[in-house]
Design a protein around this ligand. Sequence first.
Ligand SMILES: [Zn+2]
Length: 412
Amino acid sequence: MTRDEMFRLVSERLDTYQGQVIEWQRELVSRVALGPEVGGVGEDDKAAFLTDLLQSWGLTVDNYPAPDDRVPGGARPNLVAYLPGKKPDKVWVLSHMDVVPPGDMSLWQSDPFTLRVDGDRLYGRGTEDDHHGIVMSLLAVKAFMDLNITPERTLALALVADEETGNEKGLVHVLREQARLFSPQDLIIVPDAGSNDGTMIEVAEKSILWLKVTLLGQQGHASRPHKAKNTLRAAAHVIVALDDLQREFPRHNPLFRPPMSTFEPTRKEANVPNINTIPGKGVFYLDCRVLPDYDLAQVIEHVRAMATAAADKFGVTLEVETVQALPSAPPTAPDAPVVKALQQAIRQVYGREATPQGIGGGTVAAFFRQAGLPAAVWMTANDCAHQPNEFCFLSHILGDAKVLAHVCLLAE
Ligand SMILES: [Zn+2]
């Protein structure tokens, strides 16, 4: 049988797995995997389900747990399983098991942790981010095994923890402890972002900078503001002043979407519980996605200077702390083998031309690139990750599994 014939068989087989996609999504959605930073217990439940499933197929599942005493099990699971190919060269698919919290529950039309199926749409927290990646890789393994077809390259699944809160207990841990798992000759695919027609292959990312801004004033009775220093009012002015960051760092780069650096105030910690107290302490956070042209230390310096100047007017002092500073990694070459293999497969499966691009949302692929491993972020996604009523299309998962199968069978 030629490799093209094998691909046709696998492709046809995948079309029969609709029910399988729904079943796995239902299981994964119901296993809430929130990190301890957001009050969760980690990924153990989901990891146990995936381990059982892969072992039931006769595959060996290695776990590289990252010690973490904030979760009940004392560690965060990082699973690796292989479907051996004819060659030892690997196609890696790295997906993450953790999800983000549902956010404002009133915006959800159904329970975020119970899968809701509506035609081709599968609703639930994590369905797209990143169960899409997990399920498409499971599907490809299952199709090869059911047909007893050995792919050309070894298909390697990495199912990691802690993607949503910094990766320290996830891929960063695995790369630090088990760097030998990966080779620059491997094709590394990270299905964790993409466009809705599957034509975006992400090869470059902006630098990520998360800052915590703490304002210290003077608490007091709301009827006597002259005796207090109101940190909520000061914070409002500081946030408005920080809008000028866009002017301070104005460069554009058309490889990226959006093409400029972004500076978003996001989380605000609770201050006083009652209405008639003026808050004397305020904490908010800034999520900056910075073009590689700029040095992050320079951005921090500007934030500190601009914020301090704005807070000074209210007699409020402030402190700026770095929660995460991740300088952008060297991009994956737009003509890297993984990019070419994906382009070829996407052409075959979807009949479309995919292009290498840069994005603002940092993904876990940056850690591969920093380690000298060219990784490509790709999937067919609706861009509803982290939103209420997150969903994915069942048909996209099946199509993307075909692309993956094509890469395993036919990549050079
Ligand atoms: Zn994700």
